[in-house]
Structures are given as structure tokens and as C-alpha cells.
Design a protein around this ligand. Structure first.
Ligand code: CP
Length: 322
């Protein structure tokens, strides 16, 4: 995406921040439409953000949790996609543990598909809500130094944030043990640091990532205790960053591992709760002016969406944003 397209989305998201802070939050722009949230992986923030946003806009929102679905009986991903398609939903929001699974499903259904995080690949709405949070505090993103710290290797949040923040002209650093930083990270425009103190030195934003033990096959760090000693964000370590540096974390957190509890809970430094609030605004944004009309009859190519929509959409006609 072009910087002006991301900035446009962030501008539009401000409207949804204001709506969500009103007493009366309802709008009927999605009345009569059906939104299926198909989550094949656990989620609190993303699932609820999309659910709340869809309901506030009047959609009929249905959640499909893989753990209670026929996926557990061995149904394939493609058969599940065909089943959801047959129910004539108007938009499907998908989270899946495999990179590329969202694009695969988008290829099999007739309605728009939103990526709520796929494997290690991307988490576009997280990047938008993070950029929105940073911009609300710092005024603009261009020229800021953002240190993304921890388990970058397994992080779709890191990838989407590197794409969005470098597009907006931030200096992005990735910081962590060599075992948890992908080889080609510099090709994405991020600088690599394996020393935490050095990596967060002078940073405007320190974005901590969860140590994703569930995606680790083997030992990437000696122990949580040693990881905390070398890479955990403590007050002492935070002194290396700018005095007004924001502390961020997409959640869920491993308290006492990648971040000390007192830092995470410091309302003067941590914007972690605000990130969650911005997630609901970004959920509303995603529904705004959506071309939520299904094709009827045999599948055929959808009308091309404007480019800015490709950031979060997956589908045959907007694959470039995946
Ligand atoms: N940040 C994030 O994606 O959180 P959830 O896994 O709770 O949705």
C-alpha cells in the first residue's frame, strides 16, 4: 500500500474511535447482512473486535470456533470454506494457524474475506490499529524509531507492522535473539539488533512481542527466565529508549517473560489497553463502504476493489494485499 492510502485508512478510523466512545454506538449500515467469524485459532481481541464492530453496524454476526466445529471430525479447510459459502454469508472474517490459509479460503468463496491473522504471515488489522495508536500519541509516524522486540520469527504482527510502518517512513528495528529473527528481515526494510539495550536505544516506540511457544518446534531460547534477563522489557531497560517512548504489546502477554508486569501496567508508558480499543475502531473501519454483495449463481470474478481495500481483504481480485 502507498503511504497516503494507509494514512487515509487511519484518518477514517478516527471516525470509528469517536463512534465507539459515544453512548449510542449503533448504526444500521450492515442491517440484513451476515458476517461469519471463522476462527481456527484462539483469539480474544481480534474475534471480539470484529464481533462488536459487526453488531454495532447491524450485521447478523455468527462465530464459528474450530474447536466446536466439524473441523474436529476431520473436515478439510476447503470443505469448510465451501460449507460457509453455501450459507450465503456476506463477509467472512478468518483467523487460521497456517500462513496462506486465508487466501486459500478466499479463493473458494463468493463473498469478501477479511484476514484476522494467518500463521506467521500477516495480521493486517493489528498493524492498522498499532499505527493508529502510535499516530494518536505521536502526531505522525514518519521519522519515528520503532523497535519491534522479541519473537519476530513467529510473528505475523511483526511482518504486518514492518510493512505498514516502513511505508509510513518510520525507522523500524527488530530486536531479539538471533534464533528468533528471520534471515531476510533486512529485505523488508528493518534493521536487525540482537542486543536489546542497543536495539531500543533512543526508540520512540518499544513494541514487545509474545514468545510464541506454541509455534516453536524445538528450543529457540534457553529458558523463559534467561529470555527475560536478556530480552524482557523492564523499567531499567526502558531507560535506554526515549523518556516518552510508548510501550506496546499486541497481546496476549507472557507477563514476566517478554515484559515485566509493572511496565505493562504503567498507564503513563503503556498503551496496551488503548491498542485493544483501537482494534474495535479498525473493525468498524473494515466494514465501512464494503462492497458486501455476493455474486449469485455460478462463481465469477468479483468487481475489483479499490486498492486501499486490499490491505485487509483476501480474495482472487485483491491478493496483492495478502
Ligand atoms: N493481538 C491479537 O491478535 O490478539 P488475539 O489473539 O487475542 O486476537
Amino acid at each position: 500500500m502507498q503511504p497516503h492510502e494507509i494514512s487515509y485508512l487511519l484518518d477514517e478510523a478516527e471516525h470509528w474511535v469517536a463512534v465507539n466512545r459515544q453512548a449510542a454506538k449503533h448504526d444500521d449500515r450492515l442491517a440484513g447482512l451476515t458476517q461469519i467469524n471463522a476462527f481456527f485459532e484462539n483469539s480474544t481481541r481480534t474475534l471480539l473486535s470484529f464481533e462488536i464492530a459487526g453488531k454495532r453496524l447491524g450485521a447478523d454476526v455468527v462465530n464459528m470456533h474450530a474447536a466446536q466445529s466439524s473441523v474436529k471430525k476431520g473436515e478439510t479447510l476447503i470443505d469448510t470454506a465451501i460449507t460457509l459459502n453455501a450459507m450465503r454469508s456476506d463477509v467472512i472474517v478468518i483467523r487460521h494457524g497456517s500462513s496462506g490459509a486465508v487466501a486459500l479460503i478466499a479463493d473458494k468463496v463468493d463473498c469478501p474475506v477479511l484476514n484476522a491473522g494467518d500463521g506467521r504471515h500477516e495480521h493486517p488489522t493489528q498493524a492498522l490499529l498499532d499505527a493508529l495508536t502510535i499516530r494518536r500519541h505521536k502526531g505522525s509516524i514518519a521519522g519515528l524509531t520503532v523497535a519491534i522486540c522479541g519473537d519476530v520469527l513467529h510473528s505475523r504482527v511483526a511482518r504486518s507492522n514492518i510493512l505498514a510502518l516502513t511505508a509510513l517512513a518510520a525507522e523500524v528495528r527488530v530486536v531479539g535473539p538471533a534464533t528468533l529473527i528471520p534471515d531476510a528481515i533486512e529485505a523488508m526494510g528493518a534493521a536487525r539488533f540482537t542486543d536489546m539495550d542497543e536495539g531500543i536505544s533512543g526508540a520512540d516506540v518499544v513494541m514487545m512481542l509474545r514468545l510464541q511457544n506454541e509455534r516453536m518446534d524445538g528450543a529457540f531460547v534457553p529458558s523463559p527466565r534467561e529470555y527475560h534477563a536478556l530480552y524482557g522489557l523492564t523499567y531499567e531497560r526502558l531507560k535506554r529508549a526515549k523518556p516518552d517512548a510508548l510501550v506496546m504489546h499486541p497481546g496476549p502477554m507472557n507477563r514476566g517473560v517478554e515484559i515485566a508486569s509493572n511496565v505493562a501496567d504503567d498507564v503513563n508508558r503503556s498503551v496496551i489497553a488503548e491498542q485493544v480499543e483501537m482494534g474495535v475502531a479498525v473493525g468498524g473501519l473494515q466494514h465501512e463502504r464494503r462492497p458486501y454483495h455476493r455474486k449469485r449463481g455460478p462463481r465469477r470474478s468479483r468487481q475489483r476493489h479499490p486498492d486501499w481495500q486490499s490491505f485487509c481483504f483476501q480474495g482472487p481480485d485483491c491478493r496483492e494485499g495478502s
